[in-house]
Design a protein around this ligand. Structure first.
Ligand SMILES: *Cc1c(COP(=O)(O)O)cnc(C)c1O
Length: 363
């Protein structure tokens, strides 16, 4: 027996689980299929060589925030950066959540929203998306009014469903919420609309973004949010001093020079997404859901057929293709999620899918 146990409220917690098997085709973590442009890596390494390593990094990440603000049409004071958007979410929750505070989370959504709420001792109010994974604005408004949360979490496009929220959803949240409305836009670049333009000093709207997906920088851990300056000021008090390494700050600055390349990649991935969507729709046994992200969630067999979806997932692994298994996940039972990869990887996935489904007579 260990002499000390974690906090009582953390006992039931399980960590973040996403199996990482040794396969040739990885379409499980919504990463970019490509490394960042080689010229970016050169720029970045040159910048790192110039860093005085004996000194602490710029605590306010001023140049990075200025550059990001400029690229987004927002003042520097509205930008907060951290080690991945997960650290942004954690800092938001440490600052505005915690014991005695409530967060509204609309499931199924990104697992880290509820996970970080639990770690920070924030009470969770759960509500459910509709059967088609959209959010009904009237239902949202009444949930907010009856629960009075301190934080409302939206995720658009939503992970894992890919659903893009209608503008009315954000309207409803902003009109009815007393507290912060946080929109996680980790996949915003793949979708036609963004809430960034709606951030201002007079509403408590925060939009969270990441370099992990579009910017091909998952390994570097850099995320940020666009928020009213009065929110950013509070976040800066809570986050640990010098949390953002100089190398990370340099990477974020260097990357912004390559926006045109990234935009081209986004267009390519969106067109691959449409091709994957068509491929998936061609199988009788599968029902792909509309997606505004770089991944597609699809049902296998009859709704909630956990058996059929886990069997298909395991079959794909045998063919060397790893996707994300949501078979047993509340709200997405019987579903699998595939990341849009390179053309070759997507073809490998569709081919494996075809041979498995034909063999089982499910196609
Ligand atoms: C991938 C993802 C993130 C990114 O997290 P990082 O810490 O920036 O890598 C954030 N939110 C959602 C919904 C995601 O799917």
């Amino acid at each position: 027996m260990n002499p000390i146990q974690p906090r009582d409220d953390l006992r039931s917690l399980s960590g973040y689980h996403s199996p990482n098997l040794n396969v040739s085709v990885r379409l499980n973590a919504n990463e970019s299929p490509l490394p960042p442009p080689a010229a970016f890596v050169d720029d970045w390494l040159e910048a790192v060589r110039a860093v005085p390593l004996n000194r602490y990094p710029d605590r306010s990440a001023r140049i990075l925030r200025e550059s990001l603000g400029e690229s987004l049409g927002q003042p520097t004071e509205r930008i907060f950066c951290a080690n991945g958007s997960n650290e942004v979410l954690q800092t938001l929750m440490l600052t505005y959540g915690g014991p005695g505070r409530k967060a509204l989370i609309i499931e199924p959504t990104y697992a880290l929203h509820s996970h970080i709420a639990r770690i920070t001792g924030t009470e969770i109010v759960s509500s459910a998306r509709s059967a088609d994974f959209t959010i009904d604005p009237d239902a949202l408004e009444s949930t907010i009014k009856s629960n009075d949360p301190d934080l409302v979490f939206l995720c658009s496009p939503n992970n894992p469903s890919g659903t893009v929220d209608a503008a009315e959803v954000l309207d409803a949240a902003l009109q009815s919420a007393r507290g912060l409305v946080i929109v996680d836009e980790a996949y915003g670049e793949f979708s036609p609309n963004s809430a960034i333009g709606r951030v201002n000093e007079d509403s408590a709207l925060v939009v969270v973004k990441t370099y992990s997906k579009v910017w091909s920088m998952a390994a570097l851990r850099l995320g940020y949010c666009i928020a009213p300056a009065w929110v950013v000021e509070e976040l800066e008090k809570v986050v640990l001093p010098y949390h953002l390494a100089a190398a990370t700050q340099s990477a974020g600055i260097a990357a912004l020079k390559y926006r045109a390349e990234m935009d081209a990649r986004v267009r390519e991935l969106v067109s691959e997404r449409e091709r994957l969507m068509e491929g998936l729709s061609g199988f009788e046994a599968l029902e792909p859901l509309p997606s505004g992200a770089n991944f597609i969630l699809f049902r296998v067999g009859k709704p909630g057929d956990v058996e059929a979806s886990s069997r298909l997932w395991a079959g794909l692994v045998k063919h060397g293709v790893l996707i994300r298994d949501f078979s047993a996940w509340p709200g997405v039972e019987g579903c699998l999620r595939v990341t849009v990869g390179s053309r070759g990887d997507n073809d490998a996935f569709l081919t494996a899918l075809g041979s498995i489904l034909r063999e089982s007579g499910d196609s």
